[in-house]
Design a protein around this ligand. Sequence first.
Ligand SMILES: Nc1nc2c(c(=O)[nH]1)N[C@H]1C(S)=C(S)[C@@H](COP(=O)(O)O)O[C@H]1N2
Ligand SMILES: [Mo]
Length: 406
Amino acid sequence: MDRRDFSQKLSLAAMASILGTEIVFGNQMPSTYLPLGLQDSDPFKLFKKDGEMEVLNNRPWNIEAKAHLLNDKITPNKFMFIRNNGKIPENIDPSTWTLTIDGESVNRKKTYTLSELKTKFPQYTYQLTLECGGNGRSEFNPPAKGNQWTVGAVSCANWTGVRLRDILEDVGIKSNAVYIGYHAADTHLSGDPNKEPISRGVPISKAMQDETLVAFSMNGEDIPIAHGFPLRLVCGGWPASTSGKWITRLSVRDVVHDGAKMGGTSYRVPCETVAPGSKVEDSNMCIIESMPVKSLITYPKSGALLKEGKVLKINGHAWAGELEVSKMEFSIDFGSTWQHCTLEKPTNRLAWQHFDTSVSFPKKGYYEVWARATDSNGKSQPMVLPGWNPKGYLNNACHRIAVKVV
Ligand SMILES: Nc1nc2c(c(=O)[nH]1)N[C@H]1C(S)=C(S)[C@@H](COP(=O)(O)O)O[C@H]1N2
Ligand SMILES: [Mo]
């Protein structure tokens, strides 16, 4: 999308809100004109994103990748989706940034500066898959409200930081700890300083895993602003909403954390399958934990043309939440028969795995290549939409690309 498309998607009111003031004479402004004062808000420049990324929403910023943009084994910033619930904090000063550990289940609350965190604890780097719980939402029917993610709300970057476990052990936590909840510096869209846009967390068992990091760098550099600079929680394999950005406080709770977007239909799905469109009792909703098995063909782009008699090399990634992917297959006959792909081991636990293969086609014509991953418990991706849920989470249906043999 170029700047012209971007300006066409913005209403006068939206432009005024970004500028922070009314555009006097705005009704005289040509409809496709982008005011100079807004040019810094060009999200591609602002966040250093590739021009092919898709802006789903500008208030708050939500930007997704396309399948073919995710071809790198390690996702670079320019292709990393952005999912914000509120306004990105402004005027971040890392030299005064602190992280406080508090809550019912700490012995004593403790505050660390950024440099204390960096020097006091050993540092680790892991490649971690972060997928938004709502990735794939656009396919549900009846449709679910929210960003209409297609397939691109997933990333797998290298994250460097300290283990949350090491921090919690340094603070001292009580045996009644059940959950941790994050609090962050982003602000609510309403402007109400007493409201948090999001405050989620994970059970203490996930918090204590080796790979659960309080991270300060991504792909060897400071975390980009949009992705949580200067400090973020990273809980690979779980809905990325648990990976709090811009964190200032972590509460060790003696109950399941009850922060913003922990209840209702937020990041929760019916505990048992329900008919599409059903109303579900609050008590029958369960918090999403490990993400389901999924895969993405990142090469070639859907719509590829191939000369008759040639083989098509395809490749992509597969991931399975807390589990490993144990098998990767493809089909060219709409799922009637499946053939194996070559599948690599993950770099570390919770990193996506790469697959590739060569596909032969019997004759000229239109085909679809469908990809299906199976996790280490033997569960495979569904060929069509999985269970409907009110907010459209957890769509792990097989990814498919169109191919024409000419
Ligand atoms: N503080 C804060 N952390 C947050 C969010 C947010 O809005 N504010 N969004 C969450 C959600 S829903 C997702 S999917 C991931 C997105 O991470 P990314 O923008 O770095 O890709 O961040 C999570 N952490
Ligand atoms: Mo998300």
